[in-house]
Design a binder for this molecule. Structure first.
Ligand code: ACO
Length: 401
C-alpha cells in the first residue's frame, strides 16, 4: 500500500518502474529491436543478413563506427587491434592467484578491471580518437583474457596471439591449442564461432549493457566499466542462461528424457524451476537470433558429424512448450541462449566457458554503447526510489534495545 497522494507531497512525482520494464534510459543509434515482430537490426542492417554475410571483425567495426568499413578502413582496424595482441606479463600473476576451480566469469571480470592498472593511457579519454584507441586495445586484450581463463581452468600453459590470423582464428588458436598437439584451424569451427559472436554482439539496453553505461556515466574508465558488465552478464537470468540451458537439458536426459514433466514443472508457481533459455524481457515472439542459431546448430552438428541428444531434447522441449497455453499466453519463446550451448558443446567448448563466449561476443556492443554515452555527454545515471522504510525515529542506545 503506497499512498501516492502523500508521495506527491513529499517528493514530487516519481515514475516507479521496477526492473525498468518500460523506462527508456537513453537515446541510441546502435541497435533496434522490435519485440513484437521478433526483429533485430545492427545500425539498420537486419541480423539475418549480417549473420549470413558478414564476419565478427566487420560487425565490431560497424557497431563502433556506425557504418560498414571499406577495404582500407577494415585493414586499418584489424591492424590497430593486432598492435595490442598481447597482455602484460604481470597479469599472469593475478591469474595465478585464482584457484583452478574459480568460475571463468569471475576471473574474467577481475582481469578486465586489472587491465586498467597496466594501460593507464586508456583510462583518460578526452576525444573520440582516445575512445577508439581504448576500444581497439580492449578488443585485442579481452580475447587474451577469455583464452587465459579457459587455459587456467584446464591447467594449460598460456598462449600469446598470432598476428598472421584474423581475430576469431587468433582467439580460437590462443584458447584451444593444446601444448602436445599440432594445431590446425578448422574453418567449420571458425565459421560457427564467427556466427555466434555476431549474434551476441549487441542487444541494446540489456542488463549488462545498462550496467556498462551506468558505471561509465560516472566517467569511470572503459576497462572498469566493461568489468562490471562481465559481472552482470554472469547471472543465470542473463548471459549465464546458456550454461544453465545445457545443465537443464542434461538433467532432463538423465531423468529419462520426459520433457512434458519439465514443462509442467516450469508452470508450477510453487516450484522455482523455469525453462532456461525461454522467455525474454522484450521479445514477445521468437527471438530472431534463436531462429538463426537453431538452424546453425543443426548444420554444424551435421558438418562435424556430432550427434547430441541435447539437441533432440531441446527441440522436443520447444515443441511441447509452444503448444502449451501457459507459454502461449505469456508469449514465452526460446531466446538466443536456448540453442547456443549445443553449438559450443559440439565445438568442444566446456560448459563453464559458455558465458565467457557470450562476453567475447558482447564486447563490441558494450564498448559501442559506452562510446556513444560518452560522446553524447549523457548525464550520470542516478535512478530515484520510492521510500517505504521506517518513519523518522530517535536513536536508542544498545543497552536499551
Ligand atoms: N519458464 C517458466 N515461466 C516463465 C519463464 C520461464 N523461462 N519466463 C517467464 N516465465 C513466466 C513468469 O513466471 C511470469 O509468469 P506470471 O505472469 O504468471 O507471474 C511471466 O512468465 C512473465 O515473466 P517475468 O519473469 O515477469 O518476465 P521478465 O521480463 O521479468 O523476465 C526473463 C525475463 C528473466 C528472461 C525470464 O523469462 C526468465 O527467467 N527466463 C529464463 C532465463 C533465461 O533464459 N534468461 C536469458 C534471457 S536472454 C539473455 O539474457 C541473453
Amino acid at each position: 500500500g503506497i499512498d501516492i497522494s502523500k508521495l506527491r507531497d513529499q517528493t514530487g512525482l516519481i515514475t516507479l518502474d521496477l526492473g525498468y520494464k518500460n523506462t527508456g534510459a537513453t537515446l541510441s543509434n546502435i541497435t533496434y529491436l522490435d519485440g513484437d515482430l521478433g526483429e533485430l537490426f545492427y545500425r539498420g542492417y537486419p541480423i539475418e543478413q549480417i549473420a549470413e554475410k558478414s564476419n565478427f571483425s566487420e560487425v565490431m567495426y560497424l557497431l563502433l563506427h556506425g557504418e560498414l568499413p571499406n577495404a582500407t578502413q577494415f585493414t586499418q582496424f584489424e591492424n590497430n587491434i593486432k598492435n595490442y595482441n598481447f597482455v602484460a606479463e604481470e597479469m599472469k600473476k593475478i591469474l595465478d592467484a585464482f584457484p583452478r576451480s574459480a568460475h571463468p566469469m569471475g576471473v574474467l571480470s577481475t582481469l578486465t578491471s586489472a587491465l586498467t592498472a597496466f594501460n593507464p593511457r586508456a583510462v583518460n579519454v578526452k576525444s573520440k580518437e582516445d575512445l577508439d584507441h581504448a576500444a581497439e586495445m580492449l578488443i585485442a586484450k579481452f580475447a587474451h583474457l577469455c583464452a587465459w581463463t579457459y587455459r587456467k581452468t584446464n591447467g594449460f600453459p598460456l598462449n600469446h596471439g598470432d598476428n598472421s590470423l584474423n581475430y576469431v582464428e587468433n582467439f580460437y588458436k590462443m584458447t584451444f591449442r593444446k601444448p602436445y598437439e599440432e594445431f590446425e584451424i578448422d574453418p567449420v569451427v571458425v565459421a560457427a564461432l564467427d556466427k555466434l559472436l555476431i549474434l551476441h554482439a549487441d542487444h541494446e539496453q540489456n542488463c549488462s549493457t545498462s550496467t556498462v553505461r551506468m558505471v561509465g556515466s560516472a566517467h569511470t574508465g572503459l576497462f572498469a566499466s566493461i568489468s562490471a558488465g562481465v559481472s552482470a552478464l554472469w547471472g543465470p537470468l542473463h548471459g549465464g542462461a546458456n550454461q544453465a540451458v545445457i545443465e537443464m537439458l542434461e538433467m532432463i536426459e538423465k531423468d529419462g528424457g520426459d520433457v512434458a514433466k519439465y514443462v509442467q514443472k516450469a508452470k508450477d508457481k510453487e516450484d522455482s524451476f523455469r525453462l532456461m533459455g525461454f522467455g525474454h524481457r522484450v521479445y514477445k515472439n521468437f527471438d530472431p537470433r534463436a531462429k538463426i542459431i537453431k538452424k546453425a546448430a543443426d548444420d554444424i552438428l551435421n558438418k562435424l558429424g556430432v550427434h547430441d541428444k541435447a539437441l533432440d531434447i531441446a527441440m522436443q522441449l520447444e515443441r511441447v512448450a509452444l503448444e502449451d497455453d501457459y507459454f502461449v499466453e505469456r508469449k514465452l519463446y526460446p531466446n538466443v541462449d536456448f540453442y547456443s550451448g549445443i553449438i559450443y558443446r559440439a565445438l568442444g567448448i566446456p560448459t563453464e566457458m559458455f558465458t565467457v563466449m557470450f562476453a567475447l561476443g558482447r564486447l563490441p556492443g558494450w564498448i559501442s554503447q559506452w562510446k556513444e554515452m560518452r560522446l553524447h555527454g549523457d548525464p550520470i545515471g542516478r535512478p530515484r526510489q520510492v521510500y517505504q522504510g521506517a518513519p523518522k525515529r530517535d536513536y536508542v542506545p544498545m543497552e536499551n534495545r
